[in-house]
Design a binder for this molecule. Structure first.
Ligand code: GRF
Length: 207
């Protein structure tokens, strides 16, 4: 599998995926790390790893469709057949999502369907959740709503602030994103009635 990764920021999930590809845990090669921001620290880290990178910055005078068409062209010209969004902070156009349906994954820092959107750690604390976590899912046009491939919970501690909780969640993100990509790369994930099946079986609980 030729994996494309889209980032906007630090890129710690991108690094976790790169490491997993490198040591054989994911049967894939990273064909391109693309960012919508030329100042994304993850671009530097990807370059240090010898990964191909591209910046597809948003031009003020172009629409979302036009920007995403350029992003898609960059992935296609590098032979990418599966894309992992890893802290990519823009909503993708319907055309982009349709083009990569079933081959486009995202990681979200909450136990979806709880806390879609931004500021999930703040939301979990405000709701006095006892558990929080992370979810890997296929991307569909509706934000943070696609079939769930992997999910992992962490406890919310009485002493937590957003920073402490975010760090605990990020650690599980780095574990479950490679696990989910491995399953997808091995062709073990299918979708039926909007739910993921792994090896043909519905997953009731995640670890
Ligand atoms: C992660 O928490 C991810 O779940 C969210 O954005 C953050 C990106 O972190 N979508 P990084 O850039 O991978 O370090």
């Amino acid at each position: 599998m030729r994996l494309g990764i889209a980032i906007s920021g630090v890129g710690s999930n991108m690094l976790a995926l790169a490491q997993a590809c490198r040591d054989g845990r994911i049967p894939a090669d990273i064909a391109l790390v693309a960012s919508d921001r030329n100042d994304a620290p993850g671009l530097v880290r990807a370059t240090e790893l010898g990964l191909p990178t591209a910046t597809i910055a948003r031009n003020r005078d172009e629409t979302r469709d036009q920007h995403d068409a350029r992003l898609r062209a960059a992935f296609e010209s590098n032979g990418v057949d599966c894309i992992a969004l890893a802290g990519y902070m823009r909503i993708l156009s319907a055309d982009f999502v349709a083009a990569y349906a079933g081959r486009l994954l995202n990681i979200h820092p909450s136990l979806l369907p709880r806390h879609k959107g931004l500021h999930t750690h703040r939301a979990a604390l405000a709701a006095h959740d006892r558990e929080h976590g992370a979810t890997v899912h296929f991307v569909v046009p509706e934000m943070d709503s696609g079939p769930i491939i992997a999910q992992a919970a962490v406890p919310v501690l009485p002493t937590d602030d957003e920073t402490a909780l975010a760090a605990r969640v990020l650690a599980v993100e780095h574990r479950i994103y490679p696990q989910a990509l491995k399953l997808v790369a091995e062709g073990r994930v299918t979708v039926a009635n909007g739910r993921c099946l792994i090896d043909g079986r519905r997953v009731e609980t995640f670890s």
